[in-house]
Design a binder for this molecule. Structure first.
Ligand code: MG
Length: 270
């Protein structure tokens, strides 16, 4: 490289700054003279691209106390009341609140969030009954169902044999978790779930299936797993067209599983 190139360039830059042209046209950050990204809307490092909204992250839970939700989350249960829930049989949710935990009232039926969600991040914590009672699918069984139908299994899987696709953090009947990361009964466990809703064509067929990524106690156990359809017991699942949002359902399977710190963040990318 000759020494004239950089020197000439520097001379031009000094001239631009001195004339004020550079100061006027150079954005504070980012660029406008870079290649266009696919979609034709934004340049690489585009200075006009909207900045991510600022939020305050939540705090992590301990075994002794629940953490807090991020500031932009819809809090479905914070230990106080059931105002964000209703019964799947109509009317108020009939589950119990004890020591800041939401406890399944066996026989009361499932509960549904009053708010509806499409693509979302869900955080919840659960603790299996202690001392443990029952075995197989009868031990600490519940479930969280997106759109009231796509079930992520909740089960006491600590020293409890059951079929693979019925494990805790399984997409029930479809995908076993990659590992069994269960804690002991009575200990608080976390689910962090990224759920992508299915999209349907006008004729009712599936355009894109649902997907789920799940961390169980901080361990990745489902990585963008494709759902074959809604929860089905001893049967193949089959999609049925629905709208872009639906309720979160917590299942009553007859076992007094406890929940706490439940929040959801809708994920709407423009
Ligand atoms: Mg279940």
């Amino acid at each position: 490289m000759s020494r004239r190139g950089p020197l000439a360039c520097a001379t031009v830059m000094v001239g631009l700054v001195a004339s004020g042209v550079w100061a006027q046209e150079k954005p504070k950050y980012g660029y406008k003279d870079t290649p266009m990204l696919p979609g034709g809307k934004w340049h690489v490092h585009d200075s006009d691209r909207p900045l991510p909204p600022v939020i305050t992250p939540g705090t992590a839970s301990t075994q002794d106390a629940p953490g807090s939700a991020p500031s932009d989350a819809v809090v479905l249960f914070d230990g106080k009341d059931l105002s964000h829930w209703k019964s799947d049989r109509g009317g108020e949710a009939k589950w119990d609140i004890r020591d800041g935990a939401l406890v399944i009232h066996p026989g009361a039926g499932a509960i549904l969030s009053r708010d509806e969600f499409g693509d979302c991040q869900l955080h919840l914590e659960f603790a299996s009954p202690v001392p443990p009672k029952g075995a197989d699918q009868g031990r600490g069984n519940s479930g969280v169902m997106f759109f009231g139908r796509y079930e992520i299994q909740v089960l006491d899987c600590y020293d409890n044999k059951t079929y693979a696709d019925g494990h805790a953090a399984a997409i029930y009947g479809q995908h076993p978790p990659l590992v069994n990361a269960s804690r002991k009964p009575g200990e608080w466990q976390t689910y962090d779930i990224l759920f992508t809703a299915p999209r349907f064509k006008d004729d009712g067929t599936v355009e894109t299936p649902a997907h789920a990524t799940i961390l169980h106690n901080g361990v990745a156990v489902q990585n963008h797993a494709e759902l074959l359809g809604p929860m089905a017991f001893r049967a193949l699942p089959k999609y049925r067209k629905h709208g872009p949002a639906g309720p979160i359902l917590l299942q009553d399977h007859g076992n007094p599983v406890r929940f706490r710190n439940i929040w959801v963040r809708p994920l709407n990318h423009g």
